[in-house]
Design a protein around this ligand. Structure first.
Ligand code: GLY
Ligand code: MN
Ligand code: MN
Length: 435
């Protein structure tokens, strides 16, 4: 992504903050995996959104209207010895030259410098409650300034939550963001297609997962979240990530997997028969979920309520369950009593962006908000007939189906970013050729 994209975001945020304010945004801490092994570092999304800076131990500070520079980046100093072990660092010079900071200081000096930057600011924009340790440091810096008020220094008197401004910005994707998200969705869609091509009875779930990893890495991507590769009844477990079972002839395979490219996620689910042919029961369930997904996607357009796709999906799923004889009574009664819930217990979508369950409010003043161009949502209805359910027609037990696409709201309606992954029954069966 171009440097100008990050500059534009900082300018936009600072215009909303106004003068007399300071924003403090730390990146994510490094986390231990086991003993002295760390997880691969992933910057905090808010921090990266504003900085484009992917090193750990960094804090972004914005002070609109500050004469000696509005954008200050605290980051690690250059250190040839450490860099020999852990990789290159931008250092203060790099922060200014390559990342557009007006000024940069060593992260180790932040306790000495930040209180001075807060002097004269009335409002501190900061996200409380994510990192308690950092919360304490921010409060400490403010107290430090307050101690100096007798010397005529004005201390900030207001903490304002940064998310309100920043997450509304992140919710509406720019042209550059849509391009990256489209690319991520296309790569994931190609991986889902590949999974259909290679899947054979007797393979292990992790062998299918390996196909996804191979494609992701080919495009310098990584899994946006742990891949869910669930054969048969494992497909009924919503967050199944063991991926270590054998794929049996006659079972379905549910795969929920998406790549992250340049810190933007994709999130796609496809369900298909391990042997390439749907059984009559599998097909019946699958066609209901597909019809529900199509009905939900048709609701994605500017001005429609966020909840409209969910309502449309629930309606089609419930009618389908009635038609299969798995629910009794009228459609209205079943909807009223939410009797579909044992088979459909999650919502139909979520915002998608830098985080797979992305930021942005779903309600405004306790009402579902309206869809607007630039929002990206998943649409992911499903039906799950878990073996833990009692009193359900045996023929359906162990069938778990979810179909998930990534959908951009456009001025005229929507664009399905993940279109390249086959989902019609005949398309899947033709691709897999029966095996
Ligand atoms: N993969 C997580 C979700 O579908 O929400
Ligand atoms: Mn998913
Ligand atoms: Mn999802």
């Amino acid at each position: 992504m171009e440097r100008s994209e990050f500059e534009r975001r900082r300018r936009e945020l600072m215009a909303m903050m106004g003068e007399g304010s300071i924003a403090v945004v730390p990146t994510a801490p490094e986390r231990t995996r086991n003993r002295d092994v760390l997880y691969p570092f992933r910057p905090d999304s808010d921090f990266y959104y504003l900085s484009g800076f992917a090193e750990p131990e960094a804090v972004l500070v914005l002070i609109p209207g500050r004469e000696h520079g509005e954008y200050i980046l605290f980051c690690r100093e250059r250190d040839p010895q450490r860099e020999q072990w852990d990789g290159l660092r931008a250092g203060q010079e790099g922060a200014v030259k390559r990342y557009g900071a007006d000024d940069s200081f060593p992260i180790d000096d932040i306790d000495d410098i930040l209180p001075g930057l807060m002097e004269g600011c009335e409002r501190v924009y900061y996200t409380m409650g994510v990192d308690l340790e950092f919360d304490h440091r921010v409060i400490g810096w403010v107290s430090h300034v307050r101690e100096r008020t007798r010397a005529g220094i004005r201390a900030p008197s207001e903490f304002v939550s940064l998310e309100h401004l920043l997450h509304e910005m992140r919710l509406i994707k720019s042209r550059a963001e849509v391009e990256v998200m489209r690319r991520a969705a296309q790569i994931s869609a190609a991986a889902h297609r590949r999974a259909m091509e290679v899947c054979r009875p007797g393979m292990m779930e992790y062998e299918i997962e390996a196909e996804f990893e191979a494609i992701y890495r080919r495009y310098n991507g990584r899994a946006a979240y742990p891949s869910i590769v669930g054969g048969g009844r494992n497909g009924c477990i919503l967050h199944y990530i063991e991926n270590d079972a054998r794929l049996e002839d006659g079972d379905l395979l549910l795969i929920d997997a998406g790549v992250e490219i340049e810190y933007y996620a994709s999130d796609i689910t496809r369900t298909f028969p391990v042997n390439g042919r749907f059984s009559p029961e599998q097909k019946a369930v699958y066609e209901i979920v597909l019809a529900a997904q199509e009905a939900a996607i048709a609701e994605v357009r500017p001005g429609r309520s966020w909840n409209a796709p969910h309502e449309a999906a629930v309606r089609v799923l419930t009618q389908g369950l009635l038609d299969l004889g798995l629910l009794k009574g009228s459609l209205d009664e079943a909807l009223e009593q939410e009797s579909y819930r044992p088979f459909y217990m999650h919502r139909t979508g979520h915002w998608l962006g830098m985080d797979v369950h992305d930021v942005g409010d779903y309600k405004i003043d306790s009402h579902w908000r309206e869809l607007e161009p630039g929002m990206v949502t998943t649409i992911e209805p499903g039906l799950y007939f878990s073996p833990m359910l009692e009193g359900v027609d045996e023929r359906f037990i162990g069938i778990g189906v979810r179909i998930e696409d990534d959908v951009l709201v456009t001025a005229s309606g929507h664009e399905i970013l993940s279109e390249g992954a086959p989902k019609a029954v005949d398309e899947i069966e033709a691709l897999m050729g029966g095996r």
